[in-house]
Design a protein around this ligand. Structure first.
Ligand code: ZN
Length: 80
């Protein structure tokens, strides 16, 4: 995971992560990132409760609008 694209990659990988279909190396990079990144930690929480509610998650379950809002929130966080 490249440092600069990390948050966006986390957003893209979160459904794979929750379905445990990430290779172990990527899963641990993912966890490392989430541990120090509040934005992605929050996002993961949201997705986890979505999965708990809906039972399953695909990338398409996240509306474009929500995704856009999250990604711009990440950009805000990173500026601080
Ligand atoms: Zn992040």
């Amino acid at each position: 995971m490249a440092e600069h694209a990390a948050c966006q990659e986390v957003v893209e990988l979160v459904s794979d992560y929750l379905e445990q279909s990430l290779p172990p190396g990527e899963a641990s990079l993912f966890e490392q990132h989430v541990n120090f990144c509040d934005g992605c930690d929050w996002y993961l929480d949201q997705m986890r409760s979505t999965v708990a509610t809906v039972g399953r998650l695909t990338e398409h379950d996240v509306p474009d609008e929500t995704r856009e809002r999250l990604l711009s929130a990440f950009r805000e966080w990173r500026r601080e």
